[in-house]
Each structure stands twice: as structure tokens, then as C-alpha cells.
Design a protein around this ligand. Structure first.
Ligand code: SF4
Length: 489
């Protein structure tokens, strides 16, 4: 095979949409191109051996924050054992501040930004000349109608076993400074009818779980409604063979027409990922995040009370100007709205994002190694930041996991952040670990913690025991397990 498109996915279940876009747009080179995906954690030697078994002349790697370190090792080995193979890099992790990166220094070529047109052209030049003189090739953004859709490249195996990523649009019109999409300036939609016919084809082939990577699904309400109607039609036609769709929403834009559509979905068919990030208006202003907090809270409450959607809401700790007290207020405010999951993220300095303009003024200290997590700010010292990191991990294990849906309410009480922080500090002192805590041991620790807080042994055991009773209801069959546990609660 002449050209190999490769990447290291974070999990086997994640099928790379980026590689399939490139493949779909290879034009006459498509016949000589193959996709070869790996999963992080695989041995470098084995990846290199498998790649070279196809005797490629060009290997293109999709480089992301989660795979840059391992991909660097793969590229370094390839350049030693097969220097004749041209290595081309692309992806968000190498599209900005790239000159200083070791992987870029090792590779032959780099395509920054959109690769749909530029990557195939570069491959043609490498293979047939004239040999490209420049290492860096800025990706050309073609009209959306000229980008070939990648969805037919999901294999039957992908459809049966992996998450299918789809996108109705690229880009985001907002400018939150911690986010790479802040550089987009706008959003570009794909032709809706073409996109819907691709969804139809995927559904006809058996796809039931669709994850939309659109940054703001509810930007254009007419489009959102048509896409939702596609899923409602499927649910109505086949209630015993349900579909499940995941969308990212901006929280303060939920007109009545959209609410009406959302309210029609049965349990287990819809998940929304909603970015709040911070409820602190001063922090929002500092990072250029435009958000009507009152409207956002009202909409989350409405979704909880009037829809069956599974809600996953994001908060970020470590933003400039945010101290622990103000983060705690936002966290408690969000807990009171009762979303199913709160994703407690820690700020990362993604390459190219404008957040670095606050580095000096707000004492932002980031880990120099991926994923470039914040280590301290002028308002949160290193030790406290680590406590927050552990809080986030235990929150995932105990609250977001859906394993302790009854117990968590008692644990949080009237001061959720403060109470869970006390639990987090305690469980860390007991285990010295945030990973590899088996569920049985975690349940025993939670039971012990309830007693530390004054609950009788029998009551604590009964409460924790009650969390293992529920059966997964039939109507959430298409939903992933964790969401199903929340919806069954
Ligand atoms: S955080 Fe969300 S709304 Fe803000 S720029 Fe990024 S994608 Fe857009």
C-alpha cells in the first residue's frame, strides 16, 4: 500500500473521523491508501512493524493531545528503521506552535488546520513530484460542498462495535480563550440534506449510536430541529430498536421550538453535553466567554424537569481569576440544578489557544508535558490544585459513574463541594490512590465514610446497598451503560 493513514486512538471504541475524512477525499490516490488505526498503550515496535508491513511510501499521522507523546516515539523509530518513508503530520496538536515540537522536527511534512484538500495534494507531490520544498503546508479550507463525506468508510465492524462520530458543521462562532475552537471565528455547516442522507445510510446499515462532534449543535435552530426530527422519526418507526444521539449544546440558547422537539424524545435516546465552564461573570469576561448565567441555569433546570435527555455538564477548575471559593459556589449552583453528570475538568493549555495572555497577570503555571494541565495559579496553589484534581477523579468514580445514585445525595448534603472535598481528602489519605480502586472496595470505603460522618453502620450499609438493586429498564437499551444507570435511578 502506497499511503497509510494512521493515528493512535484514545480507546478502541473511538473510530477516527479525521482519518476517514482524509480517506474520503484522497481522490485518485484512494485506491492506494489504507487506514490503519492503533490504540494508545500499544508497543511502539509493534506499531512500527505493522505500519511497515504494508510497505508504504507515505504515512500520515493524526496527532492529538492524547497521542502526541506515543506518536513521537513511533515517528522517531520509523525515521531510524525506514527513513525512506515520508512522514506527514496533521491534527490539532501540531497545527499551532509546531516549530518547537520534537515530533514536527522528526517528520518530513506537516499539514496544519484542515487537511481534506491539502493532504491528498501533498501526497501526490511526494509520490509524483515536484518534490515539495517546504515542510509546513497550511491546510486550505475548501467550500463545504467540496468535501467528500466519510461515513461510508465506517465498516460494518465499526458500526457494530465502535462509537460513530458525525458532524453537521465545523467550527464555532464563540471565542472562549481556553478552547481551540476560539480560533475558528465562525461555524461552517455541511449541506443538511446530504448529511441527513448519510445518517440515513448509516442507520440502514445498523448504526444506532451517533455522537455529534459539532461544537454548538443549537446554533442554528432550524438545522437542529431537522436533525432531531430524523432521530424522532426513527424512534417512532422502530420503538423496539431505538437510536441514541449525543450533542454538544451552548446552555443559554434553547428557544421554545427546540424545547418542544427535545421533550418528544423518550428516555435513553438523547444525551446533551453542556459547557458551563464557570458561573463566575468575572472569570467569563476574562476568558471572553459570553454566557447568560441566569438563562443557562433556567435551561438546565428545564431540561432536567421536562425532558428525558441525559445531561452531562462541564465545569473547568483553574481558570484565571477563579479561586476555590468561587469555583465551589459554581459547583454547588450546578449540583442544585441536578444534571446527571458534572464533568469536573482541570484547565489545559491547548496549543494555539489565547488563554496564555493571562499567564503573567494570573500566575498561570502549566505542566510543560501533554496534556499541559494547569498546576497552579495566583489564586490556587499547587497543593490545592492537586486536591482539586483528586476531587475530579473521585467525583467521576462515585458521582458520575452512576454507581452510588442514592448515596451521593446524602454524601453531598447542603454543601456539596465542601462535603465531597472532605470525602476526597479522606479517601486519598486511606488509599493513596485515585485509580485502580475496585468497585467493592470503593463501596466499602464509601460506607466507612458515611460512618465517619455520623451515620450508623446498618444505615450506611443499607444506603450503599440500595445502589446495587436497580435493573436496567428496557427503553434505555441503546444508551451506553453509565447513562443507562443514571436514567434508571
Ligand atoms: S468552549 Fe464551546 S462555545 Fe466556547 S469556543 Fe469552545 S466550542 Fe465554542
Amino acid at each position: 500500500m502506497t499511503i497509510i493513514l494512521s493515528t493512535l486512538n484514545a480507546r478502541y471504541a473511538h473510530a477516527s473521523l479525521g482519518l476517514r475524512y482524509l480517506m474520503a477525499n484522497m481522490g485518485p490516490l484512494q485506491q492506494q491508501t489504507r487506514i490503519q488505526e492503533f490504540v494508545i498503550g500499544a508497543k511502539t515496535t509493534e506499531i512500527v512493524e505493522k505500519l511497515l508491513a504494508g510497505q508504504p511510501r507515505v504515512i500520515g499521522f493524526g496527532v492529538y493531545i492524547w497521542n502526541v507523546e506515543e506518536t513521537t516515539r513511533v515517528v522517531a523509530m520509523l525515521k531510524r528503521v525506514a527513513p525512506q518513508v515520508a512522514i506527514v503530520l496533521g491534527g490539532p496538536e501540531v497545527s499551532h506552535e509546531s516549530a518547537e515540537q520534537q515530533i514536527v522536527q522528526l517528520a518530513d511534512y506537516l499539514v496544519t488546520g484542515w487537511g481534506d484538500v491539502t493532504f491528498p495534494k501533498l501526497c501526490g507531490d511526494i509520490l509524483f513530484g515536484p518534490k515539495p520544498l517546504m515542510k509546513l503546508h497550511a491546510g486550505v479550507q475548501p467550500p463545504m460542498a467540496e468535501i467528500a463525506m466519510p461515513y461510508s468508510l465506517y465498516s460494518d465492524h465499526d458500526i457494530a462495535h465502535r462509537t460513530l462520530y458525525v458532524e453537521a458543521s465545523r467550527g464555532c462562532p464563540f471565542k472562549c480563550e481556553f478552547c481551540l475552537s476560539a480560533l475558528d471565528k465562525t461555524a461552517w455547516p455541511f449541506a443538511l440534506d446530504t448529511f441527513l442522507s448519510e445518517l440515513e445510510a448509516l442507520h440502514a446499515r445498523g448504526a444506532r449510536l451517533f455522537k455529534f462532534v459539532d461544537r454548538t449543535f443549537n446554533l442554528n435552530i432550524k438545522t437542529s430541529l431537522k436533525i432531531m426530527q430524523f432521530f424522532l422519526d426513527k424512534l417512532e418507526a422502530n420503538p423496539d430498536d431505538p437510536v441514541y444521539a449525543h450533542f454538544e449544546l451552548v446552555p443559554d440558547h434553547l428557544p421554545d421550538a427546540l424545547k418542544e422537539g427535545i421533550a418528544k424524545f423518550p428516555p435513553g435516546a438523547l444525551q446533551f453535553e453542556i459547557g458551563i465552564q464557570s458561573f463566575n461573570p468575572e472569570v467569563q469576561a476574562l476568558v471572553s466567554r459570553r454566557q447568560d448565567n441566569a438563562k443557562a441555569a433556567e435551561n438546565i433546570r428545564w431540561l432536567c424537569e421536562h425532558s428525558h435527555a441525559h445531561l452531562h455538564v462541564d465545569l473547568i477548575a483553574g481558570l484565571p481569576g477563579e479561586d476555590v471559593a468561587s469555583f465551589a459556589r459554581g459547583f454547588n449552583q450546578l449540583v442544585a440544578l441536578k444534571p446527571h453528570e458534572i464533568q469536573f475538568g482541570i484547565l489545559k493549555r491547548l496549543r494555539g489557544t489565547p488563554i496564555i495572555r493571562h499567564t503573567e497577570g494570573y500566575g498561570l503555571v502549566f505542566d510543560p508535558y501533554p496534556p499541559y494541565t494547569i498546576l497552579a495559579t495566583k489564586d490556587i496553589d499547587f497543593g490545592t490544585m492537586l486536591r482539586l484534581v483528586r476531587f475530579a477523579r473521585y467525583w467521576d468514580l462515585v458521582a458520575n459513574s452512576g454507581r452510588f445514585v442514592n448515596t451521593i445525595e446524602t454524601m453531598l448534603g447542603e454543601a456539596p463541594f465542601e462535603n465531597f472535598m472532605a470525602f476526597s481528602d479522606w479517601i486519598y489519605s486511606k488509599t493513596d490512590a485515585t485509580h485502580r480502586i475496585a468497585l467493592d472496595r470503593l463501596a466499602a470505603l464509601v460506607t466507612q465514610w458515611l460512618q465517619v460522618r455520623g451515620m450508623g453502620k446498618d444505615a450506611a450499609q443499607a444506603l450503599v446497598g440500595s445502589d446495587y438493586a436497580g435493573e436496567r429498564p428496557k427503553q434505555v437499551a441503546a444508551a451506553p451503560q453509565r447513562q443507562a444507570r443514571h436514567l434508571a435511578a
